[in-house]
Design a protein around this ligand. Sequence first.
Ligand code: ADP
Ligand code: MG
Length: 704
Amino acid sequence: MPNILDTEIKYLPGIGPKRAELLGKELGIFTFRDMLYFFPFRYIDRSKVYTIRELQPTMAYIQVRGKIVSCGMVGDSPRNRRFVATLQDPSGRMDLIFFKGLKWIQEKVKVGQEYIAFGKPSEFNGIINMVHPELNLPSDEILYGGSSMMGVYSSTEKMKNSGIGNKQISKFQLTILEKYLNSIPESLPQYLLQKKKLCSLREALKNIHFPTDNATLAKAQLRLKYEELFYLQLGLLKQKSVRMRREGGILMPKVGEGFNKCYSSLPFPLTGAQKRVIKEMHSDMKSGRQMNRLLQGDVGSGKTLVAVFCSLLAVDNGYQACIMAPTEVLAQQHFKGISKLLAPTGVSVALLTGSTKTKERKELLPALASGEIKVLVGTHALIEDVVVFKNLGLAVIDEQHRFGVEQRSRLWDKSVVPPHVLVMTATPIPRTLAMTLYGDLDVSVLDELPPGRKPVQTMHATEVQRGRIFAFMKEQIKAGRQIFVVYPLIKESEKMDYKNLQEGYETIIEEFKAPEYITAVVHGKQKNEDKQHDMDLFASGRAHILVATSVIEVGVDVPNASVMIIESAERFGLSQLHQLRGRVGRGSEKSYCILMTGYKLSKESRQRIELMCQTNDGFELAEADLRMRGPGDLEGTSQSGLAMDLHISNLAKDSQILEDARQLALAVLESDPLLEAPANALLRTQLSLLKKSGIVLVDYSQIS
Ligand code: ADP
Ligand code: MG
């Protein structure tokens, strides 16, 4: 039986093909379901009507009721042209101002007519007005089905200009609900609704759009959030359980010569966390199932070593391993470090990146195909089709957030039996987000830094302190330390960014004159040789200062560097700042991070900078980031390939519900792993809906 919610939106009375197209394009609404699941993002209490005299600029969205006494266009230049309508009620008058959608509003507003204006009061030259209020006729009241709280929907300029504002959307919702409410099928099994004491879908949909009071709204929200998070978790966990049940992971039981030799030649003991994590991975690798594990560890927690030991487990058991890094510079650095670690073992390791010469490739590729090369380190170049392994047993992906899901699965295709996969990320991901993003992966956490690390002292400075900072830099250099100076590189303003970097570099070589001081510079516009040359200059300790863009430096390891100066720090996100800071504080010396910003900072930027100065804990910062910015903006999520298409839940605020929904999903799958029970048929149908919408991360069925 077709679900009424699948009906195309153009069939709703009041929406023809043209409006349907607009709704699809602007809001992604194609079906009745899309419309009903387009929820208000705010509600206005309609039971309260303010008088104009009561209004304060500090008020949130409110409504006033009055008559338009005059209106017209004001302003002579196109820039300040606006439409002003004066609204009067018994207590006073106020201007309603419109800068956009002028044509439409001019036609709509009639002098002498009574309106209810919804909006946020603002103040201009000490006088209260309202910019871009919604205007409704008092007769529209009936629209909201007697609900005392009116939903406010987000809309776009284009939609408003075509006359589809809040009121229209409310009307569409009401039409669907009035006509079809009783045909909407339930989307959660009855037994779950009862168990969790959730209201029915019909009740929830009605009350999310037209709540009578806060309590009914809360019930509706809870039900819809629960449903959303439950299916998300069920989808992810089901994939995981399918994977777990599939036998055929490569068996790697042996801890052999390579592993032991490397272990005994380490200049320091492994941290407890490193040992634990390596054990966790080994138990996956000998389980007979494919490993899919995410390793989270703050910057400097020693993930590389974990990758090396896992690679050695693969090699000791007769397989090859590859380690993939997001940038050329990082791959080269990994190659150097890993070669050093592997030297005592005699295990052969090679490097393959985009800039590997054709001649070298010609030697490398056959050696890889014959199995002569055991460990391959590289960049994206690794997933090209021409790269063929003899028997790839383990793929390690470093700095996950730069790799899309598709690239991950291409790597998995490189072997008949899927190789074990270890994904490493230095971006600490808050638990709730990890459960959503990586619910399909097992997670290990390196929660311990190698001993002797001192917290990095973090300070905030502005241009006036530049002189003192230069003096401080000189002191540090005199004491034998090295210094990073990092400039933001943000795609949209790339040109300006390079200009800033160039100017900054020139100021530095002016202040820090050669030959007393050597300054290296690294950025994306350089030739690879130049980049490599300057990186080496710094890594080898010959250069005192490295000026770089934020993209280049990720992951470079120069323990002697003790100062990180971040220019225009307000332009970075918290986790990015934290990553950059993690480049220092690796040696035994006390380290410093200086955040340079402009004088004027937005409230949010100031909060970020303050947090950075307060804590060195990556997880704490990540949690704060999630709270402050919401998950959509979190670094990595947009590139992760996961459509974070949550309609109603907020990962930062709803972690409790998420946790509970996950437990429930686990319980359901435990008793019915493939969802075959008749009582769970509905779950299967709903899951396939979810898949269509692209929410589920990786489709494991494609891999084997
Ligand atoms: P990340 O997790 O950021 O990738 P790395 O693997 O680059 O960290 O390690 C950071 C630094 O810590 C490296 O210089 C590495 O040699 C060192 N290191 C790793 N493990 C240990 C350990 N157990 N004891 C001391 N130093 C370690
Ligand atoms: Mg690393």
